[in-house]
Design a protein around this ligand. Structure first.
Ligand code: AMP
Length: 361
């Protein structure tokens, strides 16, 4: 029987072996935990810093049982882990955090926005799209253009297409392979911001300073924090995050991506039930970074301080940009984080740099 707080020496299980798992494993090790990774990938970035790895499909019952055997709590670093994996873990009596509902809601863009609106949190207007007729109706109701996205499985701008006119409806559905989709009204934003927040097992909530994020082709390129923002915007972002965390009875770190409109009001675009790229700046900018915070939360430890120590601009190293490391290593204000991925494909997140400067004012 697992009891919390987990003492150092316990093992934390992570579904997924990418860079988020790698940085979680490094943070866990620092406070005395071992990490066991379950990933379908051989030689995954996280495996090379974890105590052990089980290479198997996420819904492989035997592999999940082996993970549950060694790990006192199990989390995930990848939100497209099949819901079935968490069901099997529950059947096996394993403790998982965040919970299955948070994962399920985040996996489906229609369910996600329906949940948010139900909790009183504004989003862009949207419609669920199952066929051409539904898309035509949405174009009539909401007007053009609309952004058509797959309901499930999209990330980094993949699975998205703008529909400018009624005549493009059919081609847009074809471009997404006729998969179930969501049609979204344009967000009309002044800038994009994100908030990383955490909720502990006792319901305590901690929020990091607001982050300003910049995307290119749907992929996060830069994020800087603390973002300059009015007290009202910061309070609104914090209220939104706290509402979501409580409504989901959430344990762990969450990443909330938002649009700031011209009138200063916020719309939530989406949330990630895990540590998030817009929080990588905390690795060098805060007393306790998002990775340690997540480990603390799921292990039932007290949450750590989130105050900013310095201003950070985080830039992702995509594809062969990672080859710039010799030059970056010479910059005294730059901290380099490389993910150990063996192959640099175009657009692939290979690492990031955090550039530090004193806090404003
Ligand atoms: P997503 O995959 O939903 O995170 O979208 C990736 C990026 O596409 C966002 O960060 C925005 O830059 C842009 N985007 C997403 N949804 C909308 C929208 N409804 N209106 C305008 N831009 C959007």
């Amino acid at each position: 029987m697992t009891s919390f707080p987990l003492p150092p020496g316990s093992t934390i299980g992570i579904l997924g072996g990418g860079q988020l798992g790698r940085m979680l494993a490094m943070a866990a090790a620092r406070i005395g935990f071992d990490v066991a990774i379950l990933t379908p990938e051989v030689d995954a970035p996280a495996s090379r810093v974890a105590a052990r790895t089980i290479v198997a499909a996420y819904d492989d019952r035997e592999a999940l049982a082996a993970l549950a055997d060694v790990a006192q709590v199990i989390t995930f670093e990848f939100e497209n882990v099949p819901a079935r994996a968490l069901e099997i873990l529950a059947e096996l009596g394993a403790r998982t955090a965040p919970n299955a509902r948070a994962l399920a809601v985040a996996q489906d863009r229609v369910d996600e926005k329906t949940f948010l609106n139900g909790a009183g949190i504004p989003t862009v207007a949207f419609r669920a799209i199952d066929d051409l007729e539904a898309l035509r109706e949405a174009l009539k109701d909401l007007g053009a253009p609309l952004l058509l996205k797959t309901r499930r499985g999209g990330y980094d701008g993949k699975g998205q297409v703008w529909v400018q006119r009624m005549e493009e409806a059919e081609a847009a559905l074809a471009a997404l392979g006729y998969r179930p989709a969501i049609a979204e009204a344009p967000a009309d934003f002044r800038r994009e911001v994100a908030l990383i927040a955490a909720r502990g097992r006792d319901g305590e909530i901690a929020v990091y300073p607001l982050t300003e994020s910049h995307h290119e082709n749907g992929i996060l390129r830069r994020a800087s924090a603390p973002a300059t923002a009015s007290a009202r915007v910061i309070a609104e972002a914090e209220r939104i995050a706290a509402t979501m965390l409580a409504a989901l009875d959430y344990v762990g770190v969450i990443g909330v991506e938002m649009f700031e409109r011209d009138d200063g009001h916020l719309l939530v675009n989406e949330f990630a039930p895990r540590v998030h790229n817009t929080g990588h700046w905390t690795l060098d900018g805060c007393e306790v970074d998002q990775f340690e915070q997540h480990i603390r939360a799921i292990a039932g430890w007290p949450l750590g301080p989130t105050a900013p120590l310095i201003h950070v601009e985080m830039t992702n190293l995509l594809g062969d940009e990672v080859d710039r490391w010799p030059k970056l290593a010479r910059e005294p204000e730059t901290r380099i984080w490389l993910y150990g991925k063996r192959e640099a494909k175009p657009g692939r997140k290979m690492g990031h740099v955090n550039r530090l400067r004193p806090l404003d004012g």
